[in-house]
Unconditional design. Structure first.
Length: 233
C-alpha cells in the first residue's frame, strides 16, 4: 500500500509540474509591432564546424523585418569552411560580422566562452543567442522583442519548432520536449537561467537549445519571476 501511495504521489507531482510549465509557454504573435524607437538587437551565433548550416541561418536572419539589428558569428576554431561562408556573406551585408574565436581557457567550457566573446563584441542593448543550425521566420526578431517588452522580462528562452528528415529523430522530438518541460520546476527555471546568462562558467540550462534573448542591463538577482516565460514559434 505504501508503494502504491508513493507512485501516485510521484505521478501527481509530475503532472502538476508539467502543467505549470505548459502554462508558462507562450506563442509569439506574427502581427506584433516593433517598438519605436527600435533598440539595437545583437544576434549572436557561436559556430563550430557549421559549414552545412550557417548559410541558411544567416539568410533567414537577413530577411528579418525588424529595422535595427546586427549579426555576429563567432567561428569557434572550426575545421571546415564555416568562416569562409560567413566572410562571403558579410562582404555582401554590413550587418554581418565574423569574429575569430580565441583559444579556450582551462576554466571555461567551449560554448559559454564563445557566447562570452560574442557578448563582448555586441553593440546592442538586447542580445539574442541562437544556434547556427536554426532557421528563423521573418517576424522572429520583431515578435520576440515585442513579447519581452510587453512582459517586462529581462530574459526570454525559446523553444524552436524542430524539423527532422527521418522517422527516428521525428519520433524522439515530443519525448525530448516532454522531458524538458517536466524536469525543472518553473519556480527554479529563472534561477538556473540566470546562471547561464551571467556567470559564463559551465552553465546548466533546463531548456533545449533554440534561442535566448537577454537584456544587457540585467544583473544577477534582478530577473523577476516573469523572466522565466518561454516563447515558442
Amino acid at each position: 500500500m505504501l508503494y502504491q501511495g508513493i507512485v501516485i504521489a510521484g505521478l501527481v507531482i509530475f503532472m502538476l509540474n508539467l502543467t505549470l510549465n505548459l502554462r508558462s509557454l507562450r506563442t509569439l504573435r506574427p502581427d506584433a509591432k516593433a517598438p519605436e524607437p527600435a533598440p539595437l538587437v545583437s544576434v549572436l551565433i557561436p559556430a563550430r564546424d557549421e559549414e552545412a548550416n550557417i548559410a541558411a541561418c544567416l539568410e533567414s536572419l537577413q530577411k528579418q523585418d525588424y529595422p535595427n539589428f546586427e549579426i555576429l558569428v563567432l567561428d569557434d576554431n572550426s575545421s571546415d569552411n564555416t568562416s569562409a561562408v560567413v566572410e562571403a556573406m558579410a562582404a555582401q551585408d554590413s550587418r554581418i560580422r565574423l569574429i575569430r574565436g580565441e583559444p579556450l581557457p582551462e576554466d571555461w567550457a567551449g560554448k559559454p566562452f564563445a557566447c562570452y566573446q560574442l557578448a563582448k563584441q555586441a553593440r546592442g542593448s538586447w542580445l539574442l543567442f541562437v544556434d547556427a543550425d536554426t532557421i528563423h521566420a521573418p517576424h522572429m526578431l520583431r515578435s520576440t522583442l515585442a513579447w519581452a517588452l510587453e512582459t517586462k522580462c529581462s530574459l526570454l528562452s525559446g523553444f524552436p519548432r524542430q524539423l527532422a528528415n527521418s522517422l527516428p529523430p521525428e519520433g524522439s522530438h515530443p519525448g525530448t520536449l516532454l522531458h524538458h518541460l517536466q524536469l525543472v520546476p518553473p519556480m527554479v527555471a529563472a534561477a538556473l537561467k540566470q546562471t547561464e546568462t551571467h556567470s559564463g562558467h559551465r552553465p546548466v540550462s533546463p531548456f533545449p537549445p533554440g534561442g535566448v534573448l537577454a537584456h544587457r542591463g540585467a544583473r544577477r538577482g534582478k530577473v523577476q519571476d516573469n523572466g522565466r516565460c518561454l516563447a515558442g514559434d
